[in-house]
Design a protein around this ligand. Sequence first.
Ligand code: CDP
Length: 250
Amino acid sequence: MSTTNPPKPLFREDGKRLSGREDTDLREIKMQVGIFKKAQGSAMAEWGKNKVVAGVYGPKEVFPKFLADPYKGIIAARYIMAPFSGAEEHGRAGPNRRSLEISKVVRHVFENNVLLQEFPKTGIDIQMEVIQSDGGTRVTAIAAASLALIDAGIPVYDIVTPISVGKVGGKMVVDLDKDEDNFGEGDLPMAFSLRTGELLLWQMDGLISRDELEDGLNKGFEAAQKVRVVQEAALKEKYGDFNGSDTGQN
Ligand code: CDP
């Protein structure tokens, strides 16, 4: 018997998103720095229903040794979803094509963020574990990883501030939840260095016009300012006001 599901509604009758959010509203975001005692640096980001923890180790010796670069440090990034984190994993753990892709793009983000020339022949590991997912786990993971790197004392050019934007029901909206991500027309995760204005990640799937891209980029840049406020607050919670008087050690 064949059944055809009716298209899922993505907006309420009053034009708001199903969650009640306006196009440029973010979900609630909470972040915490230094959550693991054994990791050199760690952080947790809760973004809507997403929960991601990140741990950073390094700079340390590279194995196998031939991978080491005599002129700069190398980054290894691992993004993984816990088997209980999302409806579609069906309890299957371990890396897959999607998690390898996300690990790779995250590595590229931080290769342009960490002062790798300061650490020749060494490696820095960034581990990101998705505990719970609801659309936007890669941006949640990048937000946590950036804080974990800073917590580890690794010199970076800036905090990396990520945000997702997408085309949903013909409109460009920020911070897609799972249904908007899965049933919308396009998905544009991005990450910025807001200090320099650099775009460190820009991925896209779906069909999005040039004007929509520009609109999405502008909306993403605006929304990223709000994400950065949360990231800075999390760092200040542990390290004080960065004025040297409060080391934040506990
Ligand atoms: O999470 P992100 O938006 O960065 O990546 P995605 O591939 O666009 O996935 C969107 C969402 O689908 C995820 O956040 C999860 O909620 C869900 N998903 C899942 O539950 N299981 C998967 N294997 C892949 C995605």
